[in-house]
Write a protein that binds this ligand. Structure first.
Ligand code: AMP
Length: 594
């Protein structure tokens, strides 16, 4: 679809958002009408909104997860349908019933959203691929409307695939981004890789070091032609900067000599780099002058002087990275183009050059059938897309071509306005998430479990932890979890040694979920967990602050399990007695590659 048609399409569907929603729902239901899940709720082939909403329940992933105890207690027909989420069981028990569904599933997405600490499996289908492809074309058209000449320069967009795996039943499981890079990219209109400075061979290399090294090297060679720099999420951009800080000498050596560091031994990469490598001593000198400086403020614009903007998501939990991104980019505009998840790709930012703190995503009515669960407990019924109210907060409930029906995605939004009749949403947060550095999402119960595990390492006859709270420290690259502890010594000699507290850090990491451990060990996108022991009385001061300054009620005050407000973080930091880091990596097994 060319840009003019894409913009026209946007106007048409947003002008008739409610009608398009009804058509989308009818399309999904008529295509999936034979599915046992819909049958067992007696939908009887109906495709209208009223029947759908009165008969099909709103569910969470846990409700439809095949292996949990709730599933085991469900009646047989219902059980069968849930098996779509786990091909292994589907093959063993329910294949005949679900043949139709299976034939339309291409593979499962591996979502970073966690369920019981494990990544979720979300089915993916051909239609879903088409919906995502269309969203990308629409977002590109919007960007091109705001800035011309984007196809003339190069884009340094750091992209990485993750190893794929198969369910025992044979379905391929891969992340949304991996699917995009391995499959969808080939179907994009004018071949998105044309403007990318990173060679396809580097992007598709599963070894993160080799991939990053090559992408960075190519980006440095192309420095004059790069007009945009980005990653999917802002945490990834900061890792790229850190990578440059650690490896600039080797990269510059390669540019000076036209050779490739022997640590990059992937044959596909080496083959394609033969065409790129050339000795460029002047470029090497210039880069060395910049990288040698103590201060890296504005390094992005110093190295890529023609970069016009940063293309990375800094909304939601990523907003914590905005000051650091600004620091390294010298204040370049930051663009958050889309809201996408493994479950659905529905949001497009119609005003890409707005201030990052004001980004809203317009939800496209053809992308999925959407309902919105009000956060206000007084209103428990989900409302339709066009009926959301400005200023109110909601959780997205999606019905998709892939077989999610009234599924709570877990993302929370506030309505900020409308484009024609389609609402626009500001991403607020994920339901129940306390701490997040990269794609990890640690909730209160996981944190509590981890802290409990750490307590066991302490000698409780001598020391007890009076109170704790946590904080995602993003001033280090990669960021890391900080846990503040206030200790009570039962025995004057009971102060735990540094070594013991380090073991507490490790015990906590061991108790974190699989996504945290993958980020920490596999992706190296999270640094070692840190325990900061604070002076006695610090948590009382924290409460005083909350009561005096934040209108908390004394009798109902509970220590927040995560502190986000700067004055509270500053207060605790000013009372730190000692800081201790996890001395080793937690366990992470290949089969946990979720
Ligand atoms: P995954 O399913 O692993 O691809 O992760 C998708 C999740 O990333 C979503 O459910 C959101 O929580 C988050 N996410 C995606 N796009 C955005 C965005 N534009 N702003 C903030 N968070 C986002």
């Amino acid at each position: 679809m060319d840009d003019a048609k894409a913009l026209q399409f946007i106007e048409e569907v947003t002008e008739n958002a409610d009608k398009v929603q009804q058509t989308t729902l009818a399309g999904i239901l008529s295509q999936n009408g034979e599915i046992e899940y819909l049958k067992c709720f007696n939908l009887d082939g109906a495709t209208d909104r009223e029947a759908f909403k009165s008969k099909i329940p709103v569910v969470t992933y846990e409700d439809i997860l095949p292996t949990n105890s709730r599933w085991r207690s469900l009646p047989d027909p219902l059980r069968s349908t849930h098996l779509r989420f786990n091909n292994q069981v589907l093959m063993n028990f329910a294949f005949p019933l679900l043949k139709f569904v299976l034939s339309s599933i291409l593979f499962c997405f591996n979502s970073s959203g966690t369920s019981g600490g494990e990544g979720k499996l979300i089915p993916a289908t051909k239609q879903d691929q088409d919906v995502r492809g269309l969203q990308i074309s629409l977002a590109r058209a919007i960007l091109n409307r705001h800035m011309t000449g984007l196809d003339e320069g190069k884009s340094l967009h750091f992209m990485f695939v993750k190893p794929e795996r198969r369910t025992q039943g044979g379905l391929v499981v891969r992340s949304t981004i991996t699917r995009f890079l391995k499959i969808e990219i080939k179907n994009l209109p004018d071949d998105a890789m044309k403007t990318a400075s990173s060679p396809y061979e580097a992007v598709c290399c599963e070894d993160i070091f080799q991939s990053m090294y090559t992408q960075m090297l190519c980006g440095l060679y192309e420095r004059e032609r790069i007009i945009r720099v980005g990653t999917i999420f802002a945490s990834g951009l900061l890792r790229a900067i850190r990578f440059l800080q650690l490896n600039w000498k080797e990269l510059i050596h390669d540019i000076r000599t036209g050779s490739l560091d022997p640590r990059v031994d992937d044959q596909a990469i080496r083959g394609c780099m033969d065409r790129v490598l050339r000795p460029e001593p002047e470029l090497a000198d210039m880069l060395a002058r910049e990288c040698e400086k103590d201060k890296w403020e504005g390094i992005i614009t110093r190295i890529w002087p023609n970069a016009k903007f940063i293309d990375t998501i800094v909304t939601g939990s990523m907003s914590q990275y905005i000051p650091t991104v600004d620091y390294y980019s010298g204040g370049l505009p930051v663009i958050c183009a889309m809201y996408v998840s493994s479950e659905c790709a529905v949001g497009i930012n119609f005003d890409p050059f707005c201030n990052p703190s004001e980004v809203s995503y317009t939800f496209m009515p053809q992308a999925a059938y959407m309902e919105f669960l009000p956060l206000d407990p007084e209103f428990s019924e989900p409302v339709d897309l066009v009926n959301v109210e400005i200023g109110k907060e909601y959780e997205l409930v999606a019905t998709t071509y892939t077989g999610l029906y009234r599924y709570r995605v877990g993302d929370i939004f506030r309505v900020t306005g409308f484009h024609n009749t389609a609402p626009q949403f500001r991403f607020l947060t994920r339901r129940n998430v306390l701490l997040s550095i990269d794609s990890d999402k640690t909730d209160e119960s996981t944190l509590q479990g981890a802290v409990a595990r750490a307590y066991k390492v302490l000698d409780e006859s001598k020391t007890v932890v009076v109170d704790y709270t946590s904080y995602a420290d993003t001033t280090t690259i990669p960021g890391h979890y900080v846990i503040f502890w206030e200790l009570l010594l039962k025995d004057p000699d009971g102060w735990p040694s540094g070594e013991v507290v380090e073991q507490c850090c490790l015990a906590m990491e061991e108790a974190m979920d699989a996504v945290y451990r993958r980020c920490r060990v596999g992706d190296k996108s999270i640094g070692p967990l840190e325990i900061r022991i604070v002076e006695r009385g610090s948590f009382e001061e924290l409460m005083d602050y909350a009561v005096e300054k934040r209108s908390a009620t004394f009798s109902q005050y509970k220590t927040p399990k995560c502190v986000k407000l700067k004055p509270m973080v500053d207060l605790l930091n000013s009372r730190v007695v000692s800081a201790h880091f996890s001395p080793a990596l937690p366990h992470w097994a290949a089969e946990e590659r979720l």
